[in-house]
Ligand binder design. Structure first.
Ligand code: XMP
Length: 510
């Protein structure tokens, strides 16, 4: 395995993705976690020191114990990671206020294992302020650019390699090959990180942790909780009880879909709880988005706790926590938390439930979770679902929520999703859905004047939901959707397409 020490680079998760693409397991740990003892116990085959936003001269610049360089483990330092290695081992780094940012041409100067099979010059991507002016003893310069005499350096006898640029980003055209050379030529890693092995080892681990005790899990129908449920089920079978709370704000045929795919095909033990009356009664007359969120979140907790307490002898709570959340909850700079969480978490459970956690996905990235789902035979329809907000359609029926308006929205939404899938855009866009506006407008159908609702369609492209752009869908697809929604959904006579990016808009309308 490879240990990536996270000095705060925005690319740290990308390094991890790259390493895992080569079927090599890696972990990303903050320097505050990666102590010398921790590393000794972990026994990584190689260490990657990531880039970071600091100068090594900053007062609180992140550091690791310099004794890691005495462990005999190969090290690849990237950007700040290289500067940290060089200065720790006796070289010199010059402080600079100017940043070198963007493309550069790297000339390879010395035969170096990292550059094996790569032709010189090669395009790389820089983003650094300080520069190295003198290498430590034992190091040789292996690559230069016009502005950076020590753009790459190595001490081959100790297996220390430094790259001033970022091999993990696409703009470094041969970055993948460089990382691969480090993993396989230098560190002698084996390609054991396959989804087949992940299933096997996760099942063993869950069995060892849970034994013959019972686990409960809140199943939302989203990818993460579904894959977590199937994995835990594989380990402990019917000792897992999944609780699906129908809050009345679900998409069309949600329960049927889950019954068909998970209960019938995979034999999961799912308790469907119809709490829609309770939710809709509480939401009656409420139109403020934040109040809706709070109400929906609180009732969910109540209902879930109620149901959970009926499962006799449950000692564990299964959750679909993913690796990015684990990484982001570690502190790079030693403060309480350097991370501003921007994602809402409605549907979260209180910490005082007194259950021990089972989080079988907590070392996986989202795409690995999908691959794992496929490996275990979960249907595409569930594995490739777009994200869906915890408060469900409650924040897509703008203003007051009524059963009738929810039904209208459900029908319109199902048509949008069906057409988007048929046209091959479902996986290409981040989300595509309907929003029901609280206004009526005049239309004409046949010879009749109508006075009905407007449905807005939202389809966005995005990588992480932090920023998004409206999807440039073909006009004939939009026309087909609009025709179908207006003709087939009773109560709708107008459709609009949302062309707002995020920022300044948000993805959801409430
Ligand atoms: P916004 O609307 O903030 O949405 O641009 C960003 C992403 O978060 C989802 N979202 C939510 N998810 N509870 C959730 O679990 C919420 O209250 C919530 N609000 C928005 C949204 O669907 C998008 O993917």
């Amino acid at each position: 395995m490879i240990l990536i020490i996270d000095f705060g680079s925005q690319f740290n998760q990308l390094i991890a993705r790259r390493v895992r693409e080569f079927n090599v397991y890696c972990q990303v740990d903050a320097p505050t976690v990666a102590t010398l003892d921790y590393i000794k116990e972990l026994k990584p085959e190689g260490i990657i020191l990531s880039g970071g936003p600091c100068s090594i001269y900053d007062e609180n610049s992140p550091q690791v114990d310099s004794a890691i360089f005495d462990l005999g483990i190969p090290v690849l330092g990237i950007c700040y990671g290289m500067q940290f290695m060089v200065s720790t081992l006796g070289g010199e780094v010059k402080r600079s206020d100017k940043r070198e940012y963007g493309f550069a041409e790297l000339s390879i100067k010395e035969p170096c294992r990292i550059f094996e099979g790569i032709e010189s010059p090669t395009q790389c991507w820089m983003s650094h302020g300080d520069s190295i002016t003198q290498l430590p003893e034992g190091f040789v310069p292996t690559g230069t650019t016009d502005n950076t005499p020590f753009a790459a350096a190595a001490d081959p006898s100790r297996k220390f390699y430094g790259l001033q640029f970022h091999p993990e980003v696409e703009h470094s055209l041969k970055g993948r090959e460089m990382l691969s050379n480090f993993l396989f030529d230098v560190c002698k890693c084996e390609r054991t990180w396959t989804m087949e092995n992940v299933v096997k080892s996760s099942v063993e681990e869950i069995k060892a942790t849970v034994g013959d005790k019972k686990v409960i899990l809140g199943l939302s129908g989203g990818v993460d909780s579904t894959v977590a449920a199937v994995l835990i089920h594989k380990a402990i079978g019917r000792n897992l009880t999944c609780i699906f709370v129908d809050n009345g704000l679900m998409r069309l045929n949600e329960r049927e879909k889950l019954e068909e795919s998970l209960t019938n095909k995979l034999d999961l033990n799912i308790k469907f709880v119809d709490a829609s009356e309770r939710f809709l009664t509480a939401l009656d007359g409420v139109s403020d988005p934040e109040q809706k969120r709070k109400l929906i979140g609180n009732i969910f907790i109540d209902v879930f706790e109620d149901e959970a307490s009926k499962v006799d002898g449950a000692e564990f709570l299964g959750q679909g926590t993913l690796y990015p959340d684990v990484i982001e909850s570690q502190s790079v700079f030693g403060g309480a938390s350097d991370v501003i969480k921007s994602h809402h978490n409605v549907g979260g459970l209180p910490e005082d439930m007194k259950l021990k956690l089972v989080e079988p996905l907590k070392y996986l990235f989202k795409d690995e979770v999908r691959a794992l789902g496929e490996e275990m035979g979960i249907p595409d329809d569930l594995v490739w679902r777009q994200p869906f907000p915890g408060p469900g359609l409650g924040i897509r029926v703008l203003g007051e929520i009524t059963k009738r308006r929810l039904d209208i929205l459900r029908e319109a939404d199902a048509i949008i999703v069906e057409e988007i899938k048929k046209a091959g855009f479902y996986k290409k866009v981040w989300q595509s859905f309907a929003v029901l506006l609280p206004i009526k407008s005049v239309g004409v159908m046949g010879d009749q004047r109508t006075y009905d609702y407007t449905v807005a369609m939202r389809a966005v492209t995005s990588k992480d939901a932090m920023t998004a752009d409206w999807a440039r869908l073909p006009h004939d697809l939009l026309a087909r959707i609009s025709n179908r929604v207006i003709n087939e959904v009773n109560g709708v006579n107008r459709m609009v397409y949302d062309i707002t990016s995020k920022p300044p808009g948000t993805i959801e309308w409430e």
